[in-house]
Design a protein around this ligand. Sequence first.
Ligand SMILES: Cc1cc2nc3c(=O)[nH]c(=O)nc-3n(C[C@H](O)[C@H](O)[C@H](O)COP(=O)(O)OP(=O)(O)OC[C@H]3O[C@@H](n4cnc5c(N)ncnc54)[C@H](O)[C@@H]3O)c2cc1C
Length: 557
Amino acid sequence: MISIGTTGRVGIFLCECGEEIAPVVDLTKLSAKIGGADMPVSVHVTRYWCSGAGRRLLASTIEKEGLDAVVVAGCSERMLGPLMRDTAERAGVNRNRTVLANLREHCANVHVGKRAAATAKALRLVRAGVEKALRAEKLEPIVSDVSRSVAVIGGGISGLTVARSLAARDIPVTLIERDAELGGTLRSINRLFPSYCNSAEYAGQVAAEASGDPNVEVWTSSRVTGVAGHAGDFRLTVESEGSTRELSVGCVVLATGADVLVPYGLFEYDDNTKVVTQLEFEAMLREGLGTVKRIVMIQCVGSRNEERPYCSRVCCTATVKNTITVLEQVPNAEITVLTRGFAQYVGDLDRARSAGVTFLRYDPERPPEVGVETVEVFDVISSVEVAIRYDLVVLATPLVAYDETVELAGLLGVPSDRHGFIAEPHTKLRPGKFAPRGVFVVGSAHWPATVTECQSQAYSAAARAAELLSSDVIEREPVVAVVDELTCRGCGECAEACAHDAVVMRDSDDGMKTASVDTVRCVGCGVCTQVCPSSAVTLRHLTPGQLLAMVSATVGA
Ligand SMILES: Cc1cc2nc3c(=O)[nH]c(=O)nc-3n(C[C@H](O)[C@H](O)[C@H](O)COP(=O)(O)OP(=O)(O)OC[C@H]3O[C@@H](n4cnc5c(N)ncnc54)[C@H](O)[C@@H]3O)c2cc1C
């Protein structure tokens, strides 16, 4: 039972989470078991505490019952921690005294069909949460100055659009591009679906508008090699045309795009000069096709397979767009597109079909075979083996992440997925919001995207960055480490272990060294607390007292 030396009245908010938690955990039984005469808690259950109605109910309950600590038992801290803390804080509960007990991933999702055991475990998790909340010190946010400027890394259409949008709000931007020229992939594309405008001209025009803006400084042939700081005050190290430059900005936008897979070893690409990629074909279309008349296009080359199970989204649209351009240049061209079935929106498909383009469907288990003069394919729809004569075979290959983008993401603290793309932690609940505050990812670095999608993401990121930079100061969660100077023996292990350069060793009056935490740099990860041999470093938001009480509630409940 909850105990020793704790103060305050705790509200426990159990969440059914739709059909996620309630069918596995018996919330009625759980409500009855929580608390007791010596435990000053009130228990409430609803379908979704994260919904608008749920949050309003949570706030009014806090006010009505005069609660001064809250445990929301439902989703993870990562998913809903900030939202729940904001809601409770507005109703008067200190941010550090709102705790999340993860009944969804840590209980319901992993114990389906074991209702009694899941309910017993839920009870332990909730009790641990109560212990943590009751022992939580009331902490105030850390306030720091904001540098009203943005670094945009990557000068493709996404980065250019962010830069222009921020510049229009009078926010200074440094656009860092690794190539000598701006424009990204659009420089290599012939025409752009859906407008069929000249892609390179369009990219050039947007680049000229961005670089001509007095609020935009363009650094070409430049790469970011180091990142320090936090939202409002990032410090970047940039290798730029042979020299190293330092840059201080309030936000960072990652817009480094993606590469196009070169299909070595696939469909005779290495040995047959009549086999090209869709990107190489874009250049051929720009030059003119000459005598090429019979074209076979193969989709999903190197994607939707074991190594790259994802659909690259832009390839089918690009292929169909190119069939239409071919027919404009060579009206009697014979074009066959071999697909695996369309997984995404495909643009001008009907227009291509009625213009005479043939679409056949192949089985990935029986892929087309490219011979010297023909492509042989088993058409799944008609169950017929077909041999198609060709002058050119065009392979649609997927967008793949740059290794360098994955490294940059690591420096910025944004996790990338197993394919190297950088999606937000929750695409449905918090689209466009990435884990570290002040960092945004847009365009094909995020996931293969069309130009329209890149630009929507860019406008959204620019608006969010502008919102963050609209104030002179920024408030940060007070989740930082603290050093007890009396116990610190000055060994420096914490400073060595800190990946954020947040712990420095200072000379103390007695001639010894003492560790000191820079609260602006500290991210509260806790690594320093683990290496300290004298337990002099602790986390303000998770003290040893809280931890011990939580463990004892978990094993002893
Ligand atoms: C063959 C083909 C045809 C297509 N056709 C169409 C179409 O018709 N319509 C359409 O909407 N979309 C089309 N697309 C998709 C379109 O190309 C993308 O939507 C768009 O290029 C993505 O823009 P981006 O700025 O996100 O990335 P990119 O265009 O890839 O630009 C990224 C920029 O970042 C730079 N960069 C990379 N790494 C770093 C680094 N570490 N530091 C600094 N800079 C860096 C790169 O040099 C580049 O300039 C097509 C794609 C392909 C491959």
